[in-house]
Ligand binder design. Structure first.
Ligand SMILES: Nc1ncnc2c1ncn2[C@@H]1O[C@H](COP(=O)(O)OP(=O)(O)O)[C@@H](O)[C@H]1O
Ligand SMILES: [Mg+2]
Length: 343
């Protein structure tokens, strides 16, 4: 029996990573990572800046080679059979593949040419993708005038020109405003329902929750947890109540007052004057009780709210520290200090 190109003859997982290490000089970007993604499933690789997400994606998409371990896409080894891997994958990376002096349609046509599609197929696929990603109206304008959301959609469209069996999206929504992010989620969900195997990286638990069947949490080059979004949230302990005290002298007293409302200890951020408390599924009841207790002590608060767990909360629950960057990248260290700061 002869296999047609791209048809899966491999009976193992669509993506398999075993014991992969990668260092850049002194920096250990990956320190023994294992992953498996079943065909047609979506894996969310969740972690803060510097965790090693892009390094893992680059290895799987044959852009760089691992130092140790192996990685297979549909059974093809990313080092020994790199060309065969490239035939069946699509990648929308963190930096755009768009040529900005060209129009959206031209970008798609060029991508089709790279994959040796004939002219008719190129034209048809470009038109379909432009339509599907709501870029038809802007198709013949230079892409440098596109909004951030439009550029991301075009990037995704470019990764689909070859109809890949396995798709990699590296932080597909970072930097997008909330509306464009939701638009992007819808597009990705459509793809997934069509059966594409997808590995996507993100810094947002909410995004992994929305899109992924399974989540693998990475930190400093290692997998620190894996499971469904619900399983991870259960480890966090459900909802989080947080508030800032108006008078910093009341901080310790406020934390003490609310600590009886949960089996977990409150987290106190002295610098920001904030208290965060994991309260399980009883968010709104606990919120009322929090107000009552603080009120009876005459402690004034700001921004009192209950929210769903974030990546920071997951990190705190798993590691005892926030989602700090392993190597001091600016954005991530800011996130790290603000454990529970987003309301
Ligand atoms: N080409 C490179 N040269 C040196 N260090 C790198 C290089 N690529 C990544 N790193 C470092 O490896 C670590 C992991 O980076 P990366 O995989 O980009 O993380 P993430 O995508 O999760 O933010 C970081 O400390 C980063 O600074
Ligand atoms: Mg990255």
């Amino acid at each position: 029996m002869t296999a047609t190109a791209g048809a899966p003859t491999w009976s193992g997982p669509a993506i398999l990573v075993e014991g992969v290490h990668k260092a850049f000089g002194e920096v250990q970007a990956l320190r023994g990572v294992d992953l498996a993604v079943e065909r047609g499933h979506v894996l969310g690789l969740l972690g803060p800046n510097g965790a090693g997400k892009t390094t893992a994606v680059k290895i799987l998409t044959t852009l760089i080679e691992p130092d140790r371990g192996r990685a297979l896409v549909e059974g093809r080894d990313v080092v020994r059979s790199a060309a065969a891997v490239r035939e069946i994958i699509g990648l929308a990376g963190q930096s755009t593949a768009i040529q900005e002096e060209l129009t959206g349609r031209e970008n798609l046509e060029i991508m089709g040419r790279l994959y040796h599609l004939d002219a008719k197929t190129r034209r048809r696929r470009s038109a379909e993708l432009l339509e599907r990603f709501e870029l038809a109206d802007a198709a013949d304008r230079p892409t440098k005038g596109y909004s951030g959301g439009m550029q991301r959609r075009l990037d995704l469209a470019l990764s689909l020109v070859s109809r890949p069996a396995v798709l990699f999206l590296d932080e597909p929504t970072s930097g997008l405003d909330p509306r464009s992010r939701i638009g992007m989620w819808e597009v990705i969900q459509e793809l997934v329902s069509a059966g594409t195997t997808l590995l996507l990286t993100t810094q947002y638990l909410e995004e992994a929750d929305e899109l992924a069947d399974e989540i693998v949490v990475v930190d400093r080059g290692r997998v620190i947890a894996a499971g469904t979004a619900q399983e991870l949230k259960n480890r966090v302990g459900g909802d989080v109540i947080e508030f800032a005290v108006v008078d910093p002298h009341h901080l310790a007293q406020a934390a003490e007052a609310v600590s009886a409302l949960s089996e977990h200890q409150p987290t106190v951020d002295a610098e920001a004057g904030r208290v965060a408390l994991r309260v399980g599924a009883s968010g709104s009841t606990s919120l009322v009780e929090t107000v009552r207790r603080l009120d009876s002590l005459g402690i004034r608060t700001e921004g009192l709210a209950v929210r769903r767990p974030s990546l920071d909360d997951v990190f705190l629950a798993l590691t005892g520290h926030g989602a700090e960057a392993g190597n001091g990248a600016g954005v991530a260290s800011r996130r790290g200090r603000n454990v529970g700061h987003r309301v």
